[in-house]
Design a protein around this ligand. Structure first.
Ligand code: SF4
Length: 197
């Protein structure tokens, strides 16, 4: 019987201690003291363990929301919006908020993969090798397909053998440069951006 009484007393004490309603009725602020409980007193900020914080820009679209990246022992533990940014003021859309998953995903490719023509297996290659190969192929294709003059005599100075498809993270300035380098420089006609597709 004593045990039962104590159990009831503990339940009531727990109710008065942890439930917000009685304390709100007693006049405590529901956003501050009345919101505290035994459980919430034991909660710690999830970023408390971080020993380093860096800044970045969300990679997903041209809005360019600023991010704070928290790390512990050199490993990323959290990504959130940077409140100092006039663009996103600490917020991130669901895509940007999922950046942590993009970086921490064990399936993320971090090395160049190359599959030679007719090969069935992928090979790992150095980044410098890949950049050189892309440059060589772009130059070769451009030289092989460049048209100076049409049969009608019209001067066009273009190539229809290559195209450029940009991503949504490209900003105005980058798209300007792409148009200048690929269009004016290489002679590409087909220059498109994911944002318009
Ligand atoms: S994807 Fe979302 S969070 Fe990322 S830059 Fe665009 S609007 Fe901002």
């Amino acid at each position: 019987m004593t045990i039962k009484r104590r159990g009831l007393a503990d339940t009531v004490a727990g109710f008065l201690r942890d439930w917000s309603l009685p304390r709100q009725l007693a006049g405590q602020d529901h956003r501050r003291d009345a919101a505290r409980s035994t459980m919430s007193e034991g909660l710690r900020p999830r970023l408390e363990e971080a020993d380093r914080v860096g800044t970045s820009i969300c990679p997903y679209c041209a809005v360019g929301c600023a991010q704070l990246l928290y790390a512990k022992n050199g490993k990323l533990i959290h990504v959130e919006g940077d409140p100092r940014s006039p663009i996103n003021q600490g917020t991130l859309c669901p895509k940007g908020a999922a950046t942590f998953g993009l970086l921490a995903n064990p399936n993320r490719l971090t090395k160049v993969k190359y599959r030679a023509p007719y090969a069935t297996e992928w090979e790992e290659k150095p980044l410098a090798w890949a950049m050189e190969r892309i440059a060589q192929l772009a130059k070769r294709t451009r030289d092989e397909t460049f048209v100076h003059k049409l049969p009608s005599g019209d001067i066009v100075n273009h190539t229809l053998g290559m195209a450029s498809l940009g991503g949504a993270t490209l900003d105005n300035e980058e798209n300007y440069l792409i148009k200048k380098v690929f269009g004016g420089g290489l002679g590409l006609v087909w220059i498109e951006n994911q944002a318009r597709v």
